[in-house]
Design a protein around this ligand. Sequence first.
Ligand SMILES: [Ca+2]
Ligand SMILES: [Ca+2]
Ligand SMILES: [Ca+2]
Ligand SMILES: [Ca+2]
Length: 214
Amino acid sequence: MLALMLACAEGRYLCGPGTQVEGDWCVASEDTRDPANTDDTGTESDADGDTDADTDTDTDTDTGEEPEPARLVINEFMASNDTKVYDEASEYDDWLEIYNAGGQPMALDDVSLTDDTATLDLYTFPAGSSLGPGEWIFVWCDQTPDQGGNHANFTLQSAGDRVLLVRDPLGSAEVLDDVEWTDMAAEVAAARYPDGSDDWVITENVTPGAANGE
Ligand SMILES: [Ca+2]
Ligand SMILES: [Ca+2]
Ligand SMILES: [Ca+2]
Ligand SMILES: [Ca+2]
């Protein structure tokens, strides 16, 4: 079935012209499921007979909704890792994962990570990095930046620590996410579940760079 999903800032799916609500989804209404006219956003359709269906749910805006903007979050991390995953140097190090829970890609050139509020640009992503909607990226927090562009110059203390995700760290310093913890257990990840949500789980099912599990 052809489905048109237009997300707004609140995360609800809004219908556009030629669509109707079915549960949480916005789908093409009966008379527009012909692929020939799926992309006409302006033409109010409903001139083509078919009077019975008329599921014309007040589609007020003709121009189509903008996709939800990019929304980056700290999505998962391990602050104590001696057995679960290892890096290119075969070292079991701390790591954290970023997820784009929004609807548009976001360039990471001017995005930073830090565990020190006095130095917001402790880690910056390699030039040209970006993160598409629904994508993950993870960074080793091993205080060994010479091991590669995905290695940050700080570590995560399991006893207690705080990590900030910041846009424009040397300018407007917009804090995109701010995660703080104490007494984190060993060999587990703290993970938003589902991805990007406000709910966290502590799990042995660690998933750097992939969908979080319970
Ligand atoms: Ca650690
Ligand atoms: Ca390392
Ligand atoms: Ca730290
Ligand atoms: Ca994950």
